[in-house]
Design a protein around this ligand. Sequence first.
Ligand code: NAD
Ligand code: ZN
Ligand code: ZN
Length: 361
Amino acid sequence: MAISVRGVVARGKGEAVEVTEILVPEPGPGEALVNVQACGVCHTDLHYKMGGIGDDYPYLLGHEAAGVVEAVGDGVTDVAPGDFVILNWRAVCGQCRACKRGRPWYCFATHNATQKMTLADGTPLSPALGIGAFADKTLVASGQCTKVNPAIGAATAGLLGCGVMAGLGAAINTAGVSRGDTVAVIGCGGVGDAAVLGARLAGAKTIIAVDVDDRKLGWARDFGATHTINSRSADAVEGIRDLTDGFGADVVIDAVGRPETYTQAFNARDLAGVVVLVGVPTPEMRLELPLQEVFGRGGALKSSWYGDCLPSRDFPMLVDLHLDGRLPLEKFVSETIGLGDVEAAFHKMERGEVLRSVVLF
Ligand SMILES: NC(=O)c1ccc[n+]([C@@H]2O[C@H](COP(=O)([O-])OP(=O)(O)OC[C@H]3O[C@@H](n4cnc5c(N)ncnc54)[C@H](O)[C@@H]3O)[C@@H](O)[C@H]2O)c1
Ligand SMILES: [Zn+2]
Ligand SMILES: [Zn+2]
């Protein structure tokens, strides 16, 4: 029988989100029912609300979450009731062409979650990134649950489920930042600051944070940026070149995802450097670049989905690094809020007042 719980739903493009009753069915084969304990507010939830991802309203928002497995369906052996888990939106399926070619971090079965949750009147909900965790309970594919040490606490653990993993992985996995590299990160929200932190963990020599908001630049310094540029008052490309002996950075990470920031990233990297796009563009955006420069500069133009992570490999490892005092995940939590405060948290995000608002249940 389906259980009735509260969930945060976006009913239409740009409309304020609301807390409403939703119905969560019992887990079927291969599924897990999770008691959500914490869920961060990611910019991607705001993209869903604003129509930037798709038009499959109503959406059940929330996807940066940790909680405890309450029940599992038939055939589930990887997690059991009582396990503390981080939810992921890219469970490795083992069956798709990427998995079969030994590249599971590109698994194409991205949204292999179930879509069985509904509004009280039976209207099907589209769970954000196949998760939908701004809800007391959510139903996911069991492969979307990664068991980790509960000592980390839910608020910080949940962040590894999206933004922080995306940023850390963009620097470490996708860009392959290494000791002595020069790195610039454009856009220093939760994702960009995680990229700053990742670059620092990987041993980068120079880490240049770029944002249009001085408060964000201050926080980026706390995460390890060695230099900052406010690109509202200064030219980001010139600034990055000046700080890298005139050459440009080895790695430039665009954690905004707009044509203008991508163009800055393209122009601010050294010859044979790497650009990583981790910010999510919207459907109408177009990019124009001189093709000769694309050729002549060499290097690589990459995109990073979920930091090219493998949840089962990376989540427990990052939890251990945090518990060892080497990964200050708690600094990303600007505030903890209730389920009814998600709309207000979107506005705080738009005004640049927070890195992460985290809903606690
Ligand atoms: N690729 C992935 O797997 C993945 C995962 C999570 C989030 N994202 C995306 O990453 C992006 C950032 O997410 P977030 O949660 O950190 O958002 P956020 O709102 O917390 O941060 C965005 C930052 O960009 C800054 N900014 C905006 N316009 C800018 C400009 N023109 N130049 C420089 N800085 C600018 C803002 O001041 C803010 O600090 C979003 O597009 C989000 O959808 C991608
Ligand atoms: Zn797969
Ligand atoms: Zn996210």
